[in-house]
Design a protein around this ligand. Structure first.
Ligand SMILES: Nc1ncnc2c1ncn2[C@@H]1O[C@H](COP(=O)(O)OP(=O)(O)OP(=O)(O)O)[C@@H](O)[C@H]1O
Length: 252
């Protein structure tokens, strides 16, 4: 079963000086239901554009994205994007308002998810009184409180320190397992992709095409300095560098 099917997606932007900037070039991929699937590529290659097209926030020029009609989508971006004038619990309730989840369930869901990410004590705080890492934790809780079928994440840990990022990655994996959600995760960090993912799709520089998909087969939890993690790291780095020929095993 698959949750997201992308076929032959293309996209170009027109720059301020009228030039055409081709960003996506015939992207096709299939994201299995319940998998943790990463899109990895160099800065500026078109990862966010691809995720935004999947999210329906940007129109493609060609190709299709298919997600089952009744699937609920959640988002987490690099910035927490919390509503500053609402408390933590009100931010989560606002996300729930956008769904058909009955009001009577809000309290339990908010309490559950905040407890899971260790934020039950800041339920009535405003975002400004929280650290950046805690704000991003709230953003993750907000995404999970609606119990999404598909979660789209755009470099969610790129703007927090590495210690916090490690904690957040562990929390994310716990929530992913518990909720059986399909995650499509954008990153340019190879170790992050390897430690988290079932599958890493390696994108070429823009216009982005899928250069290879690599299945990460080692059991979790995976540490950044595990030998197996390093082996995958080297393999993916060489794919990104283009220093090694893509093996038939990688090119699917
Ligand atoms: N609305 C837009 N209009 C014109 N050009 C754009 C627009 N959005 C993105 N671009 C350009 O398209 C290219 C791909 O951008 P995108 O943000 O999708 O890449 P990315 O891989 O996510 O980059 P990063 O890793 O740096 O976030 C970049 O050159 C960017 O400047």
């Amino acid at each position: 079963m698959e949750s997201i099917r992308i076929a032959d997606l293309s996209k170009a932007y027109r720059t301020a000086d009228g030039e055409v900037l081709r960003v996506l070039d015939g992207i096709s991929l299939s994201v299995p239901t319940g998998s943790f699937f990463s899109l990895l590529g160099p800065s500026g290659c078109g990862k966010s554009t691809l995720l935004n097209v999947v999210a329906g926030l940007t129109d493609a020029d060609g190709g299709t994205v298919a997600i089952p009609d009744d699937d609920r989508l959640g988002f987490v971006f690099q910035e927490p994007r919390l509503l500053e004038w609402k408390t933590v619990e009100a931010n989560l309730a606002f996300a729930l308002d956008g769904t058909d989840i009955p009001n009577g369930e809000y309290d339990r869901r908010i309490e559950d998810v905040l407890t899971r990410v260790g934020l039950q004590n800041v339920r009535t705080e405003y975002p400004r009184s929280l650290s950046r890492g805690m704000q991003q934790r709230v953003a993750i809780a907000r995404a999970f409180c609606i119990e999404p079928d598909v979660l789209l994440m755009d470099e969610p840990f790129a703007s927090v320190d590495e210690i916090t990022a490690r904690e957040l990655r562990a929390d994310l994996l716990d929530l992913w397992r518990l909720n059986e959600v399909t995650v499509l995760f954008v990153t340019h960090d190879i170790q992050e992709a390897v430690t988290l993912s079932d599958v890493v799709a390696v994108l070429s520089p823009k216009p982005a095409a899928i250069d290879a998909t690599v299945e990460i087969e080692t059991p979790r939890p995976r540490e950044p300095d595990d030998e197996a993690t390093w082996r995958y790291y080297e393999r993916i780095l060489s794919l990104l560098d283009g220093t090694s020929r893509t093996s038939p095993e990688d090119r699917r």
